[in-house]
Design a protein around this ligand. Structure first.
Ligand code: WTA
Length: 665
């Protein structure tokens, strides 16, 4: 084999094979090795995971690798990994590396403005985290207390999370794009007494406030009887950018002042393996977002192992995941997984389009990024701007590409492979969820032949299955169904915060003995999984989950709205867009102005990611005789289809004609 082809991804039939040179150096370099490791992980999970866990520091070893009940019919759902063990995730992310890599970069921070950056070595990050952990302790935060973090992508975010982990406080990070209302709900649900925020944030060319939003959230929380005692405010924007940052005496404290006064040494709290590590809110099909709870030992082992194998991480690699830490991808694969492996993890404050759409590749060249992990929506947005912005960069450092968040369309996959990776870099299309803690279905880049659009095969220890309409497991290949997982894996959620009943109902009641993902999937003739998308009322907008019920209740909270029904529709860049059918109260006019006002209203209620792309006036909604909205019809109409299937069960079939007419207006 010549040197060149040795370095290239090759294609045979519909399969793409990793470059031979890549495979040779990979942790898993043949399918035979994958199959053998996979078999062991399923046949002897306890042995497999104990071995994985041994790489970490435990102040006390576990007594049981795994205990669980996955069957609701046999009692409460309960999953425990490494029970009896004691450890600390922050200690394993930082202290454990100090002997060998104190002066190596841990976080490489790239600011919103090109040229603004900061590198924190393991020693420096360790010191900052210890100081902030002391700050938290000084403010009365104890093991088990919840701390809400509402910050942009600045190093203080990583420091605050690790400091919580160090002292055993449970962090609840709220994405900086969420509204005051959303922040308030999360503060109240998690019953937290301390909030960490910043004066503001830079987003592309703009500076926006965070503190005023946080103040609003705290005021309305107080109105509902929940008081937050202390607010720590990091200074990011400063004065002169039009971002106000009023400080409430006795409650609000500046981050930098507290840090100056804090001691740089802080003992880690030894946590039980099943003590909570964090809460992260995510949307479901009904009700308000739920607080997905992850615990210590299993999450630690799982994120580290997946990061190592899926990204074929080797010592010294520069690794970049472009997500925001406010989502699970950032928790597991910017912060915890990479730092647990002693990696150099790049944290990007900005947006892919500022100063122009070539920013990703400039950053790749600037830092010599080897492993790059992003979302299909970002790929599609950049792809649309043309190849030149990519081609003017070198990208010679790139070795591996990854995607996450939604199904990637084969066209974007091919562009990613050919233009971004120049046919040199395997692509890992990783399927997972906030609830799963880490990646569950994915290629391993040194061995798995890939097919554009398929997440391929399960990771070690993961047993997927597809359930048919009768609720039975399908067997063999070439089948479709609802995607479930048959047995526990260390990174999975343990409960939804404060409501175990909801956890059991949402994930374990559809199929007794199985974790139900909410996704549909197909297993092709080769046993490869193709995720077809959510089968529940969750929309995936730019890789972010949004519950239709949440958007509906935001719409209905507007005084002009009588009723709303929200569905997803295919969107070229976002994957899915938000399509809202709205019925107004008597006395209000169906006008473009009101449509704009409603979009703005949802934006203020939840955040910009929830803003409907389309308002469709609906003087009446298609309902069955029992009053149930027929979403199937609404989805078809939103997608631009003109035949709506069987409409005979509608209470009033003429509703359809009126709706079609309103659309064409
Ligand atoms: C979808 C993000 C297809 C899926 C880590 C899942 C995907 C939801 C993929 C979870 C993928 C995520 N291919 N679909 N590679 N990755 N999804 O909780 O519908 O924000 O249920 O976690 O995103 O979204 P979440």
């Amino acid at each position: 084999m010549s040197e060149r082809t040795d370095q290239l991804v090759s294609q045979r039939g519909e399969m793409f094979y990793p470059p031979a040179a890549f495979a040779q150096k990979a942790h898993v370099s043949s399918m035979e090795q994958y199959r053998q490791m996979y078999r062991r992980s399923i046949e002897d999970p306890e042995g497999f995971w104990a071995e994985a866990a041994e790489g970490f520091f435990w102040s006390q070893k576990w007594s049981d690798v795994r205990r669980f009940n996955f069957k609701r019919s046999q009692g409460p759902i309960d999953v425990q990994w490494f029970a009896g063990g004691k450890t600390n995730v922050c200690y394993n992310c930082l202290d454990r590396h100090l002997a060998t890599r104190a002066d190596q970069p841990a976080l490489i921070w790239e600011g919103n403005e090109p040229g603004e950056d900061q590198v924190l070595t393991y020693a420096q990050l360790h010191e900052q985290v210890c100081r902030f952990a002391n700050v938290l302790r000084g403010l009365g935060v104890k093991k088990g207390d919840r701390v809400t973090i509402y910050l942009p992508m600045i190093v203080e975010l990583a420091i605050a999370m690790l400091a919580c982990a160090r002292i055993g406080a449970i962090h609840s990070v709220v994405f900086g794009g969420f509204s005051a209302e959303s922040l308030k709900d999360r503060i109240i649900d998690s019953q937290c007494r301390l909030l960490i925020t910043s004066d503001g944030a830079f987003r592309g060319a703009k500076a926006v406030t965070l503190k005023l939003i946080a103040d609003d959230a705290l005021d309305s929380a107080a109105g509902e009887g929940w008081r937050v005692d202390k607010v720590v405010v990091a200074r990011r924007v400063g004065e002169g950018k039009g971002v106000d940052c009023p400080m409430t005496a006795g409650r609000d404290l500046w981050w930098h002042e507290l840090m100056e006064a804090a001691a740089p040494v802080c003992e880690a709290e030894w946590m039980d393996a099943e003590d909570p590590l964090f809460i992260l809110y995510t949307s479901g099909s009904t009700g308000k977002p739920k607080g997905v709870l992850h615990t210590t030992g299993g999450y630690m082992v799982y994120t580290a192992l997946t990061h190592r194998y899926v990204f074929d991480y080797h010592d010294g690699d520069v690794y970049w995941c472009t997500a925001d830490i406010g989502w699970v991808t950032g928790h597991s694969y910017i912060l915890y997984g990479p730092l647990l492996n002693g990696a150099r993890s790049l944290m990007f404050e900005g947006v892919p389009t500022y100063p122009d759409s070539g920013r990703f590749w400039e950053v790749v060249d600037k830092w010599g990024v080897n492993i790059f992990y992003t979302a299909p929506t970002a790929i599609r947005a950049i792809m649309r701007m043309g190849d030149e912005l990519v081609q003017k960069s070198d990208r010679g450092s790139l070795r591996l590409l990854g995607t996450v968040g939604e199904p990637i369309n084969p066209e974007a996959w091919r562009w990613y492979n050919e233009v971004v990776g120049e046919g040199r870099c395997p692509i890992v299309d990783t399927w997972w969820q906030t609830e799963t803690g880490g990646i569950l279905i994915t290629p391993l880049p040194g061995c798995t032949p890939t097919k554009p659009g398929s997440a391929t095969l399960p990771f070690f220890g993961v047993e997927p299955a597809l359930m048919d309409d009768e609720g039975k497991e399908t067997s063999g290949n070439g089948v479709s169904g609802r995607l479930v997982i048959k047995a526990p894996w260390p990174g999975q959620l343990r409960t939804t915060y404060g409501n175990h009943e909801r956890f059991e109902t949402v994930y374990f009641s559809d199929f007794d003995g199985y974790y139900f993902t909410g996704d549909g999937a197909r297993r092709d003739e080769d046993g490869y999984y193709w995720i077809t998308g959510r089968v529940d009322d969750v929309i995936n907008v730019s890789g972010h989950r949004m519950g239709t019920a949440e958007v509906e209740s935001a719409l209905v909270s507007h005084p002009a709205v009588a009723e709303a029904a929200v569905v997803g529709f295919p969107h070229e860049i976002k994957g899915q867009g938000i399509y809202a059918y709205v019925t107004l109260r008597l006395g209000h006019d169906y006008s473009d102005e009101l449509a704009r006002e409603l979009i703005e209203h949802v934006r203020n209620q939840i955040g910009p990611i929830a803003a409907p792309d389309q308002i469709h006036w609906a003087p009446a909604l298609p309902k069955t005789r029992s009053g149930k909205i027929m979403r199937r019809i609404l989805r078809k109409m939103a997608a631009g289809e003109t035949s709506f299937g069987d409409t005979s069960t509608l209470a009033d079939p003429t509703v359809i004609g009126t709706l079609v007419e309103m659309k064409s207006k």
